[in-house]
Write a protein that binds this ligand. Structure first.
Ligand code: CU
Length: 143
């Protein structure tokens, strides 16, 4: 019995770290829009320097725009995007890169164009760490 309990505890420990997450968000940028375009994508690095796992569960942007988490995948030379319903896992000690061709924050329904040097505000909601506001630099890193 004791051995089974120990095995179960070890399994639990390897699946999920229950310490405190410590998130550092850096390099947030988004593409500027071209005339007539009302959607863009935002990218950033989220480094979990803590001892506990966390998860990015949703992203909010000022109305009328909407933000959602997207994953990109390509098959047969065609790239497609899909909404990440379960959010983005942020394991303790790891860095998640949101970048072109990969995971990104999709922003649709922009009420005004985004120009280089604008700053777009996003609110990221994390399962354990709660909300975190991020300034996204428009244009930077896009060229
Ligand atoms: Cu997308």
């Amino acid at each position: 019995m004791k051995r089974i309990l120990l095995a179960a505890l070890l399994l639990l420990a390897s699946c999920s770290k229950s310490g405190t997450p410590d998130l550092q968000i850096s390099g947030a940028w988004a593409r500027e829009t071209v005339p007539g375009q009302t959607a863009t994508a935002a990218y950033m690095t989220i480094h979990n320097r803590g001892t506990g796992d966390d998860r990015l569960i949703s992203v909010e942007v000022a109305a009328p725009a909407k933000a959602m988490l997207h994953a990109s995948e390509s098959s047969d030379g065609v790239s497609r995007m899909r909404e990440m319903g379960g959010g983005l896992d942020l394991p303790a000690g790891a860095a998640a890169q949101l970048k072109p061709g990969g995971t990104h924050v999709m922003i649709t329904g922009l009420g005004a164009p985004l120009r280089a040097r604008d700053v777009m505000k996003l609110r990221l909601r994390f399962e354990k760490s709660g909300p975190s506001d991020v300034d996204v630099a428009v244009g930077a890193g896009g060229r």
